[in-house]
Design a protein around this ligand. Structure first.
Ligand SMILES: C[S@@+](CC[C@H](N)C(=O)[O-])C[C@H]1O[C@@H](n2cnc3c(N)ncnc32)[C@H](O)[C@@H]1O
Length: 278
């Protein structure tokens, strides 16, 4: 799909994003907090870290993380010029982000967008709610391999995505679909979006995004050379137990073991993998 037709590249979506995202997704800020907490412990005492935020949106992920680690250089990547306008303003105002932020406007799937970043030069690569736009597993692994190359040994890559089975007949996918309907209702009740916008947003979720079980993302990250050092998720209950109030009470992240991720195909409103380059 041409980039100008994609959901988040539209200026009206970009400018409203921060107004509703935390109220629409109860575990949005807790997920970023879970990641920041882990990175804070992992990079304790380290200064001047090189950080790259891909699909940065309005820069909430890197700004949250910057409160826990010492960033020396930040690079933002997004293919939406409209959303980068918001991100630039926000990082400019954040006291924990140094001056001289680099901004790359383009798709992180195109190697030229990341061209010129030397191998083994980045300490932390952040991604949240953006890799579910990659349909093909081969393309997913190819991107992760490129990211692995530019990370320093000892560096971290963070993946945080909605996650479920992609098969609409499974309980896991039904939980994901129920979450989208509940979030649509939240948009309606709070007047965050009108009916046409809700329909467009649902279409984006059901047609532009691809669901991967967290175990598959974990396996693909390992294929790209990473070791998973921490996992967590906003665990969604079965669809028939997931109502509006129950969903909006999921304002925390549950740490996940490898066995739990691989023995079940649960649905996670956000599934988090913190991947290390050894
Ligand atoms: C749901 S938003 C998430 C933003 C941010 N990471 C957050 O957690 O709030 C998805 C973002 O990814 C960007 N995006 C999606 N596919 C992309 C691609 N191939 N290259 C660059 N940016 C992309 C969109 O423009 C949008 O800003």
């Amino acid at each position: 799909m041409p980039v100008e037709e994609q959901y988040y590249t539209k200026a009206r979506v970009a400018h409203k994003y921060d107004v509703y995202i935390g109220k629409n997704i109860p575990f949005y800020w807790p997920a970023l907090g879970f990641i920041a907490e882990h990175l804070g412990q992992r990079f304790a005492g380290r200064t001047d870290l090189e950080v790259l935020d891909i699909g940065c949106g309005t820069a909430n992920h890197c700004v949250t993380v910057s409160k826990k680690i010492n960033i020396g250089q930040l690079t933002l990547v997004d293919h939406s010029a409209a959303i980068l306008e918001v991100a630039r303003r926000k990082v400019g105002e954040a006291e924990t982000i140094p001056d001289g932020v680099q901004v790359r406007t383009g798709s992180f799937l195109e190697p030229e967008t990341l061209a010129g970043i030397p191998p083994e030069s980045v300490d932390v690569i952040l991604s949240s709610l953006t890799l579910d736009h990659i349909f093909e597993d081969d393309e997913f692994v190819a991107l992760l391999r490129r990211l692995h190359r530019i990370l320093k040994p000892g560096g971290c890559f963070v993946l945080c995505e909605k996650s479920s089975s992609p098969d609409p007949t499974t309980p896991s996918w039904k939980s994901f679909a129920e979450m989208i309907h509940i979030r649509g209702e939240n948009n309606r009740r709070n007047d965050f979006k009108n009916e046409a916008e809700i329909a467009e947003w649902k279409k984006h979720n059901f047609e532009e995004d691809v669901m991967r079980p967290l175990s598959l993302s974990w396996t693909l990250a390992e294929q790209a050379g990473f070791t998973i050092e921490k996992a967590g998720g906003a665990v969604l209950p079965p669809a028939d137990e997931l109502d509006y109030d129950r969903f909006y009470a999921i304002d925390f992240i549950t740490p996940l073991s490898r066995a739990r991720v691989f023995d079940t195909i649960e649905s996670y409103g956000a599934g988090i993998l913190i991947c290390a380059k050894r």
